[in-house]
Design a protein around this ligand. Structure first.
Ligand code: PLP
Length: 368
């Protein structure tokens, strides 16, 4: 089989798995306990926080472990907005973890403004500049889009937000481990990440919270995570996440070069064979290829590829009456005759040039 849906989730890295094992089978003590049996877990937890902080240019005490990207996004948004009198701004192309958290804010009486994007799925800084006023408490714009891989001008957007006194959150779930992140250079106050998007285990992530940011705790209970997020720590998963992020960051450049090559192979093959397609986004995340193919239906392509044991994702879903195009593809205003034929091929660790060629050839065969 060819797995080309790494933006959905990734295979656990073997070194990360090895690093996790002792904390599942031997040093499984509850790290809140004062006895010596919990010592190894406590030390590993401390080290993991240092490693993760180092990977994104943060301080260890600015890293809070969560159950993943969804929780981190919910915490960032609700932790700032619930109980506050101000409004917030986000974009039309956010993941549902952000959009539905915003909906919850609206249901509690808060106001949310949704910024449009251009054809490349970019939030333009001058559009934010016009929208942000002094009653905006929070601006949340994703660092990289999960459907088309576009990277947003975060440094510029956070600067504009700060000038008007707003905090800035970015959903970094698709970016962490794939492109360089330095929270200080980007100037973000909050950043969400999720381990299973960078070859770590599922169900674990973190929220970076800049020191001094006024945010409500997310979970009531014990005093874990400095009293901000209660619940017994999943030490094995946290250790696995740190190992995976470290490895990805250490090999980032070579991974990027390899993935760009796979993109090129796909692109060249489809073009040479005369496939009528639009490549969406600004090609930010290496290996994330969103294609809108003229006259096709994304869901049909997905199932036809599935029959060939090739796994990709779609940006449109058919029902018995019509084809529903995703909110991201709609926001980018991809022409209807292409939009319905949108699929996302996302290559990752382990994908080879032969596989990229095979995916492209399979697509050509199906389309022809
Ligand atoms: N944000 C983005 C951009 C994502 O791509 C995802 C997952 O697809 C999430 C948030 C949610 O992350 P998780 O699956 O860890 O809850």
């Amino acid at each position: 089989m060819i797995y080309a849906d790494n933006a959905a989730t990734t295979k656990l890295d073997m070194d990360a798995f090895e690093a996790m094992k002792p904390f599942l089978l031997e040093d499984y003590g509850n790290v809140s306990q004062p006895y010596s049996f919990a010592r190894a877990g406590k030390k590993a937890l401390r080290q993991a926080r240092v490693v993760i902080a180092d990977c994104i240019g943060a301080l260890p005490e600015e890293i809070y472990f969560t159950s993943g990207g969804t929780e981190s996004d919910n915490w960032a948004i609700k932790g700032i907005m619930v109980g506050s009198k101000g409004s917030m701004i986000t974009s039309e192309v956010e993941h549902h973890a952000v959009l539905h958290a915003c909906r919850a804010v609206e249901e509690l009486g808060g106001e949310v403004l949704y910024l449009p994007v251009n054809r490349r799925c970019e939030v333009q800084p001058d559009v934010l500049e016009e929208a942000v006023t002094s009653d905006i408490k929070l601006v949340s714009v994703m660092m990289a889009n999960n459907e088309v891989g576009s990277i947003q001008p975060i440094k510029e957007l956070s600067r504009i937000s700060h000038e008007k006194g707003a905090l800035f959150h970015t959903d970094g779930v698709q970016a962490a481990g794939h492109v360089e992140i330095d929270v200080n250079r980007l100037g973000v106050d909050l950043l969400s990440a999720s381990a299973h998007k960078f070859n770590g285990p599922k169900g674990i992530g973190f929220l970076y919270i800049r020191k001094g940011t006024a945010i409500q705790p997310y979970m009531d209970g014990g005093s874990q995570e400095a009293g901000m997020r209660a619940g017994t720590e999943n030490v094995a998963a946290i250790v696995g996440m740190a190992a995976a992020l470290r490895k990805n960051c250490d090999h980032m450049r070579e991974n990027q070069i390899r993935l760009r090559k796979l993109e090129q192979i796909m692109d060249d093959t489809l073009r040479k064979k005369g496939i009528d397609f639009i490549r969406n986004g600004n090609f930010g995340i290496p290996g994330n290829i969103s294609l809108s193919i003229g006259g096709e239906e994304g869901e049909v392509l997905l199932h036809r590829l599935d029959l060939k044991n090739i796994y990709v994702s779609t940006g449109s879903a058919c029902n018995s009456i019509n084809t529903e195009v995703s909110h991201v593809i709609r926001a980018m205003k991809v022409p209807r005759e292409y939009a319905e034929g949108t699929i996302r091929v996302s290559f990752g660790a382990g994908n080879t040039e032969e596989e990229a060629l095979e995916v492209a050839r399979a697509l050509v065969e199906i389309c022809k």
